[in-house]
Write a protein that binds this ligand. Structure first.
Ligand code: IPM
Ligand code: MG
Length: 353
């Protein structure tokens, strides 16, 4: 069977990490006899430079016609001063919305050989760290109206509808049932009306899943708990803005933001897969980036969009094997350790597959 994969390389380190990921997918196709057809499309700053807009209609149409979308990253200083309505990030938010990918799954797992890269004391990690941030992705203050008054006052409308909360809550519970049956709902219901609706809706949905334990935390406390005792979390379910912030925090506990993949899904199998990190303009074009977050995102694509779990396992096992063997990019290396380039890391993982 042929799988059509839309490649959105984007900006900064985006092209480098996607190239290494394609190498790994090619290794999968060789080993398992699949055929992957790639189509490269413009998004972000690269699209602005070429077409004047961050998300050309041709990109949306081709993504909608594909089986899955694999993305690098968008943005960079070059486009920081342009009209905010056409910033590179608008392209990213636009493609998430266009694909209807309302849930963003961000697993944060500490790989044993990277324990030294974790900034927390070993006793805080205890049994290890294996949690998933389940972030709502197409609502919240990200997509509310934005405007300025004549006196310059800025506004961003934060809103959540009940159906938006119900569907992400159900996703979180379904995920928890495949894991350790524990959901932590994170909001700011002591202050925000959207969060009060969020929590009331959550409590109602929670009663449909009596086999799953539900905890409720305010986001400020959750930020603290993540560094004090991250082992207490299994599935975190939260809104778009809080999920953005908490997933960066969760990622650095695993040693490096360069390790964390994500899958964005909606009602169909068409998913959007991207590392949680950004375009890292400071190291772009230098063959220094860690491609692992994107390679692991491709593993999620194999699993969730294509139903190829043995293939996904093979990619994840290859990453573990390469880390076990002591290979490191700069972000996860200890002082004095040999530092691999992005393409050396990609080659090693591809051959391990
Ligand atoms: C992320 C990023 C994006 C977000 C930015 C680049 C718009 O931080 O995917 O976490 O805020 O969602
Ligand atoms: Mg972010």
């Amino acid at each position: 069977m042929e799988y059509r994969i839309a490649l959105l390389k984007g900006d900064g380190i985006g092209p480098e990490i996607i190239d290494e990921t394609v190498k790994c997918l090619d290794a999968v196709s060789e080993k398992f006899g699949h055929s992957f057809a790639y189509e490269e499309l413009l998004i972000g700053g690269a699209a602005i430079d070429e077409t004047g807009e961050p998300l050309p209609k041709a990109t949306i149409d081709a993504c909608l016609a594909s089986d899955a979308v694999l993305m690098g990253a968008v943005g960079g200083p070059k486009w920081d001063t342009i009209d905010p309505a056409i910033r590179p990030e608008v392209g990213l938010l636009g493609i998430r919305k266009a694909l209807g990918t309302f849930v963003n799954i961000r697993p944060a797992k500490l790989y044993a050989p990277l324990a030294d890269a974790c900034p927390l004391k070993p006793e805080r990690i205890g049994e290890g760290l294996d949690l998933v941030v389940c972030r709502e992705l197409t609502g919240d203050v990200y997509f509310g109206r934005k405007w300025r008054d004549e006196d310059g006052t800025g506004h961003d409308d934060m809103n959540y509808t009940i159906p938006e909360i119900e569907r992400i809550a159900r996703w979180g519970y379904a995920l928890a049932r495949q894991r350790r049956n524990h959901v932590t709902c994170i909001d700011k219901a002591n202050v925000l009306e959207t969060s009060r609706v969020w929590r009331e809706t959550f409590e109602r949905i929670a009663s449909e899943y009596p086999d799953v334990r539900t905890d409720y935390l305010y986001v400020d406390n959750a930020a603290m708990q993540l560094v004090l005792n991250p082992g207490q979390f299994d599935v975190i379910v939260t809104g778009n803005l809080f999920g953005d912030i908490l997933s960066d925090e969760a990622s650095c506990i695993t040693g490096s933001i360069g390790m964390l993949p994500s899958a964005s899904l909606g009602d169909t199998s068409l998913g959007l897969y991207e590392p949680i990190h950004g375009s890292a303009p400071d190291i772009a074009g230098q063959n220094k980036a860690n491609p692992i977050a994107t390679i692991l995102s491709a593993a999620m694509m194999l699993r969730y969009s294509f139903g190829l779990s043995a293939e996904a396992d093979a990619v994840e096992a290859a990453v573990s094997a390469v880390l076990d063997a002591g290979h490191r990019t700069g972000d996860i290396a200890k002082p004095g350790e040999t530092i691999l380039t992005c393409s050396e890391m990609g080659n090693l993982i591809a051959s391990a597959i």
